[in-house]
Design a protein. Structure first.
Ligand SMILES: Nc1nc2c(ncn2[C@@H]2O[C@H](COP(=O)(O)OP(=O)(O)O)[C@@H](O)[C@H]2O)c(=O)[nH]1
Ligand SMILES: Nc1ncnc2c1ncn2[C@@H]1O[C@H](COP(=O)(O)OP(=O)(O)O)[C@@H](O)[C@H]1O
Length: 306
């Protein structure tokens, strides 16, 4: 009699300890699966963090921050420890428990130094005077993590252009030598006038260091890059209108009327090539266009590896 009452009481008032244990094991397994997916590059770190912040009860939110960082490629315990200090996040914190400022710091870190990002070769092409140089300069000033290649050219420097900064200005003979020795990743004669080429070694060095590289080159060069680097990202910078393009070319005032006419001929061919590119960005406002270029680069870097 007594025995049966003793058995009945605990069954009603204490939750099944087996079920709680099973749930904890299940949750641990789910967290381990997220960490494995991060380590294998099957899930992006940004995707995991954003999910944690959208779903406070989800598995991602329950991941401890050091475990999350520690699952990323190239992040050993020492680097994780340093990073946690830099981001001012306590080691016991879970992703879902981060405050607004901490989330912003994690996002900023992911944008710039996340080791699982893949550096990409980016081509910025478009007709003469559309603003390629101006937009690239904005990117250079505001996003130093993106590298820029300095081309070699046989054209004469314009006033204010610095050898080795805007271009490496070389003679015809020197350009011939560079072509013969295979020093160019691509090269072309532009506007039927001068030759321009992208040096292979500096571009490769930047990619090897983990930085994406922006190439500001013409349509023929863009096509060569597509051939030899099929996963390069090709961006086309377009003018808001043809009249605005002419205004910019004239306004820049660096060409004679005959040179301008030649450039506008090339521009017509280039504008017709837009469908060959991965995306078209209209340069109405320099800052907006530059931000769009950078967004495209960051999105390409974050694409999962094959
Ligand atoms: N293929 C190729 N084109 C380049 C290179 N460097 C610059 N260009 C292109 O050459 C063209 C002429 O450049 P530039 O003489 O500075 O004058 P712009 O056309 O008025 O900007 C532009 O379309 C540039 O994008 C390069 O290394 N390779
Ligand atoms: N978004 C813009 N709005 C107005 N003018 C611009 C804009 N972008 C560039 N420009 C101007 O147009 C001219 C050509 O720009 P530039 O960068 O030299 O072109 P590209 O390198 O494509 O030949 C320059 O005088 C520049 O100041």
């Amino acid at each position: 009699m007594t025995g049966s009452r003793d058995r009945g009481v605990p069954e009603r008032s204490i939750p099944d300890p087996g079920a709680a244990g099973r749930a904890a094991i299940e949750a641990r397994r789910a967290r381990a699966a997220v960490k494995r997916a991060l380590a294998a590059g099957q899930r992006g770190p940004r995707d995991v963090a954003e999910r944690a912040w959208q779903e406070p009860d989800g598995v991602e939110a329950r991941l401890r921050v050091p475990e999350y960082f520690g699952s990323l490629r190239g992040m050993g315990p020492k680097r994780v420890e340093t990073l946690m200090r830099e981001l001012a996040i306590a080691p016991s914190k879970r992703l879902g428990g981060l405050g607004g400022l901490q989330r912003e710091r994690v996002r900023a870190w992911l944008d710039v130094v996340d080791p699982s990002r893949r550096p990409r070769l980016i081509v910025l092409a478009g007709p003469t005077a559309v603003g390629k140089g101006t937009v690239a300069q904005y990117v250079r000033e505001h996003f130093p993590q993106i590298r820029h290649s300095v081309s070699a050219t046989t054209r004469a420097p314009r006033p204010g252009e610095i050898d080795g900064v805007h271009y490496a200005f070389v003679s015809d003979a020197e350009f011939d030598r560079m072509v013969d020795e295979g020093e160019f990743l691509e090269w072309a004669t532009v506007h039927n006038l001068s030759r321009y080429g992208t040096p292979r070694s500096s571009v490769q060095a930047a990619l090897d260091e983990g930085s994406s590289v922006l190439l500001e080159i013409d349509l023929q060069g863009a096509r060569q890059v597509r051939e030899s680097f099929p996963d390069a990202v090709l961006l086309f910078l377009a003018p808001p209108s043809w009249d605005e393009l002419v205004r910019r070319l004239v306004g820049r005032g660096t060409e004679t009327p005959a040179e301008r006419a030649k450039r506008l001929e090339t521009a017509k061919v280039e504008l017709a090539s837009q469908p060959e590119f991965d995306a078209t960005i209209v340069n109405s406002d320099v800052a907006e266009a530059a931000h769009e270029v950078v967004e495209r680069i960051l999105a390409a870097e974050a694409e999962a590896r094959e």
